[in-house]
Design a protein around this ligand. Structure first.
Ligand SMILES: Nc1ncnc2c1ncn2[C@@H]1O[C@H](COP(=O)(O)OP(=O)(O)OP(=O)(O)O)[C@@H](O)[C@H]1O
Length: 311
C-alpha cells in the first residue's frame, strides 16, 4: 500500500513542556484520516509540523516520498493547510488575497483567473470578491482560507477544525467536497472535536494525547465499545423471557432496560433466529429484535473515562 504520509517517532517540546511524545502513523493515499483528542493533546501541533510551519524536536516525517527535514520546499508545493486562525490578509480584497496566494504557489497566470472564479463560486463567495477580507464574516473568512489552501490543487490537505464557523449548509457542502477530494486520490488529515464529523468522513482515525492511544476505524471503535449489540422487546413477557435469555447459549451477556433487553450476541445473524425460536416456542410475544448501535461519541467518552481511571 502506498503511504503518502509517514510519521516516525515524532516528538515536540516547547521549552520544557513535552507536547508530542513519539507519534508514529502511516497514512495511505486517498484516505481521510481523523485526529481526535482532548484540548491540548497535540492535534494542532502535529498538523503544524506536517504543514512545515514548525519543526519537530525529533523524529521524521515523510510526505509524498520527501523527508520534511530536507525537502520542505518540495513538500509545500504539494500540500495545503487550513489552520485554526485564517491566514488571510484583512486589508486585501478577497480577489487580491487569492491572486497573492496563486503567485506564491506559482500557478500559471493563464489559469489563475478561471481557477479563482471556479472556487469562489463553489464556496459562494463570488459576489464578495471585491470586499476586503477583513469585512467578511467569520464563516466567509474560513471559506476564503479553505480556498487559499486548495488553490494549487494540492495532493495532501491538512484541515484543523475546518468546519468551525461554517453554517450547516456550508458544512454539508464541504463534507461532500472532502469526500470527492479523497475519491480523486487526495489524502486528507483532519482534526475535529465533532465526533459525528469523524464518524461520517474518516476512513481511519487516531486518538492522541501526546502519543497515539488508539488507531482504529469509526466502525471498529464503536464495536469495541459496545457491550450490547442487540435490543429485544418482548412486551409484557419479561420474567419468562429473562429465564430463557439467561439459559440461552447464544446470549453472552444481557441487561434489562425497562421493558426491553439489551443483549450481547456474538453472531447475531445466525443466533438471533435461534433465540427468537426459543422465545416463540415458550409462547413469548417477540415485538421486535433490532441492532443496538453505539455512537462514536459514547465510545470516545468511555475510552477517555477509562484512561482517567488508569492514571
Ligand atoms: N508555540 C507554543 N508555545 C508553547 N506551548 C505551545 C505552543 N503551541 C502549543 N503549545 C502547547 O502544546 C499543547 C498542545 O497544543 P495543541 O494546540 O497542539 O493542542 P490541540 O490538541 O490542538 O488542542 P485543542 O483541541 O484545544 O485545539 C498545549 O498545552 C499548548 O499550550
Amino acid at each position: 500500500m502506498e503511504h503518502v504520509i509517514e510519521m516516525k517517532d515524532l516528538k515536540k517540546s516547547f521549552g520544557d513542556k513535552n507536547v508530542l511524545n513519539g507519534i508514529s502513523l502511516s497514512i495511505p493515499k486517498g484516505t481521510i484520516f481523523g485526529l481526535l483528542g482532548p484540548n491540548g493533546s497535540g492535534k494542532t501541533t502535529t498538523l503544524r509540523i506536517l504543514s512545515c510551519l514548525i519543526e519537530p524536536t525529533s523524529g521524521e516525517v515523510t510526505i509524498l516520498g520527501h523527508q520534511i527535514s530536507k525537502h520542505k520546499e518540495e513538500i509545500r508545493k504539494k500540500i495545503g493547510c487550513v489552520t485554526e486562525s485564517p491566514g488571510v490578509y484583512d486589508k486585501l480584497s478577497v480577489l487580491d488575497n487569492l491572486e497573492f496566494f496563486a503567485a506564491c504557489y506559482q500557478i500559471p497566470k493563464a489559469k489563475r483567473a478561471s481557477r479563482i472564479e471556479f472556487l469562489l463560486r463553489q464556496f459562494d463567495l463570488w459576489e464578495r470578491r471585491n470586499d476586503p477580507a477583513g469585512r467578511l464574516s467569520k464563516g466567509m473568512k474560513q471559506k476564503l482560507s479553505i480556498i487559499c489552501a486548495i488553490l494549487h490543487d494540492p495532493e495532501v490537505l491538512f484541515l484543523d477544525e475546518v468546519t468551525a464557523n461554517l453554517d450547516p449548509v456550508s458544512i454539508r457542502k464541504l463534507k461532500d467536497l472532502i469526500r470527492e477530494w479523497a475519491a480523486s486520490g487526495k489524502t486528507i488529515i483532519m482534526s475535529s472535536h465533532i465526533l459525528t464529523e469523524i464518524d461520517e468522513l474518516c476512513h481511519e482515525f487516531a486518538i492522541i494525547k501526546g502519543e497515539v492511544i488508539r488507531l482504529t476505524t469509526p466502525q471498529k471503535f464503536r464495536e469495541e465499545w459496545s457491550t450490547y449489540n442487540v435490543i429485544l422487546d418482548v412486551g409484557a413477557d419479561l420474567q419468562k423471557s429473562e429465564q430463557i435469555i439467561k439459559e440461552a447459549k447464544e446470549v453472552e451477556a444481557y441487561k434489562r432496560v425497562e421493558n426491553q433487553f439489551h443483549l450481547r450476541i456474538a453472531d447475531p445473524e445466525t443466533a438471533n433466529p435461534q433465540l427468537v425460536k426459543k422465545l416463540v416456542a415458550a409462547d413469548v410475544t417477540v415485538k421486535y429484535i433490532t441492532p443496538l448501535s453505539v455512537s462514536l461519541e459514547d465510545s470516545y467518552l468511555s475510552l477517555l473515562d477509562q484512561e482517567k481511571e488508569a492514571i
